[in-house]
Design a protein around this ligand. Structure first.
Ligand code: PLP
Length: 388
């Protein structure tokens, strides 16, 4: 069966399986060599030096490009490197429109690049079309979108935003980390580039830092691949091997994790110690209808406002036994984070306030544990918070 007719689940599970020509290994081998023999003088083979190209990394890139419906993927050392690479065409004076409530590390990267004069950045609430149109009227070169956003799960209409960006002559870059291609494919909705922290759902086992940029068009993908080699940010082969192993189970992991997340969201929404739950799967979430239209599921991430602020959060995380207090997300284990003191601590307090990140906010990445254990853990810990 030709690859283009294979379903995404089949690509994730089996792309590259059984292609080893040396020994017929079913699982594609891991090539760690940094350098490759020349066939003869002046005649390189398919690979010569591993910063530029590596068979294991290329196998991951090929799989990610197919899963996102893009022409080419570039696998790099981290999600931050992927974002920086995707924005590398910006010149001094160029304007970047970015989400006002993006991941804290993204906010820091863009702010520091702007501070150094590498480009200008306007942080905009992209769910507000008037604000978005006003920013687009300034003639940006790139519009960066993160949806669902980290950590408030705001949903941006990708089709609408990419169409408006295109009409304004801007390139659209979408960070798809929170959902993975199993649940959302931004290229089909008009994005020019998709960015991933493969550290999260794609690898899925909290043991690799990695990133990828997927380009809708080969020309832009080729340019980014060449620049990634020039600045030396391509990912390590061993990390690519582990990430591809994680991708094999992407669909069943995400399916099960989002089922757990739906149950956790409903449970939290009904608990008196919780003031508010942010999960796009809840019908009262402001982005529910758009999420339903552009996503294949509501994902395994959610956040919640704990009544009683920081002190209540301190008691909650101290009482939890199944959820672990840690940054990051998308792994098989359930994690809880306090954005103000952890993932978004790098954001200045005004920017945090503008993004709506309060002291009582916690972010949950829901894993593969039994639903009953997750709910019992939260119930016991929240009861302890309510008792004071
Ligand atoms: N994009 C999003 C949405 C993230 O949540 C993160 C990290 O949490 C990143 C990018 C950065 O990825 P990495 O930590 O792999 O550099």
């Amino acid at each position: 069966m030709a690859d283009e007719h294979r379903r995404a689940e089949t690509i994730a599970a089996a792309n590259g399986i059984g292609t080893d020509t040396a020994f017929g290994a079913v699982t594609p081998p891991l090539y760690l060599s940094t350098t490759y023999t020349f066939a003869e003088f002046e005649k390189a083979r398919a690979y010569d030096y591993a910063r530029l190209g590596n068979p294991t990394r290329d196998q991951l890139a090929d799989t990610l490009a197919k899963l996102e419906g893009g022409a080419r993927a570039v696998v790099v050392a981290s999600g931050m490197a992927a974002l920086d690479l995707a924005l590398s065409s910006l010149r001094p004076g160029d304007l970047l429109v970015a989400p006002h409530d993006c991941y804290g590390g993204t906010h820091r990267l863009l702010s520091m690049r702007a501070e150094r004069g590498h480009y200008r950045v306007a942080f905009v609430d992209q769910t507000d079309e008037t604000a978005l149109r006003a920013a687009l009227a300034e003639g940006p070169r790139i519009v960066l979108t993160e949806t669902p956003s980290n950590p408030l799960m705001r949903i941006v209409d990708i089709r609408r935003t990419t169409a408006l960006a295109k009409a304004a002559g801007a390139l659209s870059v979408v960070d798809n980390t929170f959902l993975s291609p199993a649940l959302q494919q931004p290229i089909a909705l008009g994005a020019d580039l998709v960015v991933h922290s493969t550290t999260k759902f794609l690898n899925g086992h909290s043991d690799v830092i990695g990133g990828a940029v997927v380009a809708a068009e080969a020309t832009l993908g080729d340019e980014l691949a060449a620049w990634a080699n020039t600045i030396g940010v391509t990912g390590s082969p061993f990390d690519a091997y582990l990430t591809l192993r994680g991708v094999r189970t992407l669909f069943p992991r995400v399916e099960r994790q989002q089922r757990n997340a739906g149950a956790v969201a409903a449970f939290l929404a009904a608990h008196p110690a919780v003031a508010r739950v942010y999960y796009p799967g809840l019908p009262d979430h402001p982005g529910h209808a758009i999420a339903k239209a552009q996503q294949r599921g509501f994902g395994a991430m959610l956040s919640a406002e704990i009544a009683g602020g920081r002190e209540a959060v301190r008691r909650l995380v101290g009482a939890l036994r199944v959820f672990t207090l840690a940054e990051s997300l998308g792994g098989i284990e359930s994690l809880i984070a306090h954005p103000v003191t952890m993932t978004h601590a790098a954001m200045d307090p005004q920017a945090r306030e503008r993004a709506g990140l309060g002291d009582g906010l916690v972010r949950l990445s829901v894993g593969l544990e039994a639903e009953d254990d997750l709910l019992a853990d939260l119930g016991r810990a929240l009861d302890a918070v309510a008792r004071g």
